[in-house]
Design a protein around this ligand. Structure first.
Ligand SMILES: [Zn+2]
Length: 123
C-alpha cells in the first residue's frame, strides 16, 4: 500500500498526483483531525533584557534572562504579550502552540487538496 505523508504532499505538486492518491490523503487527513482543547494561536518568544541599574552586568553584555513570553498578534499593530512565569506555563504554552500549528498545517493541506479536487471537477 502506498502511504502519502504530509511531507510528501508538500514536496509533490498536487496536480501531478493520481485522483486516488489525493482522495486517500484527504481521508487520512480527515481521520487525523483532532481539535486539541488546549490549542493556542500564539508565538513563544525568548528574550534577554537589560535593566535600569547603571553598573549592572547587563550593561556589559551579560543580559538578564532568558525570559519566556507568549505573544499574540491581535490584528493591525495590536499585540498581546505576557511573561510565562512558571515551567508549567511554559510547557502548556509550547504544547498549545504546537497543537495549533499542527491543526493549521493540516487545514491548509486539506484546503489544497480540496482546491485541486475542485480544479479537476471532482466532488
Ligand atoms: Zn541589569
Amino acid at each position: 500500500m502506498f502511504i502519502l505523508t504530509i511531507d510528501m504532499v508538500k514536496t509533490t505538486a498536487l496536480h501531478k498526483l493520481a485522483l486516488t492518491a489525493l482522495q486517500e490523503r484527504k481521508a487520512t487527513l480527515l481521520s487525523g483531525l483532532h481539535l486539541s482543547p488546549d490549542l493556542v494561536r500564539a508565538s513563544y518568544v525568548r528574550q534577554y533584557l537589560t535593566c535600569g541599574k547603571k553598573n549592572c552586568r547587563c550593561r556589559r553584555g551579560f543580559k538578564h534572562g532568558p525570559f519566556f513570553y507568549l505573544v499574540q498578534c491581535l490584528g493591525t499593530s495590536r499585540v498581546r504579550k505576557f511573561l510565562l512565569k512558571t515551567a508549567e506555563q511554559r510547557k502548556q504554552a509550547r504544547a498549545g502552540i504546537a497543537a495549533h500549528l499542527k491543526l493549521q498545517r493540516r487545514l491548509a493541506e486539506l484546503s489544497e487538496i480540496n482546491t485541486e479536487l475542485l480544479r479537476r471537477g471532482v466532488a
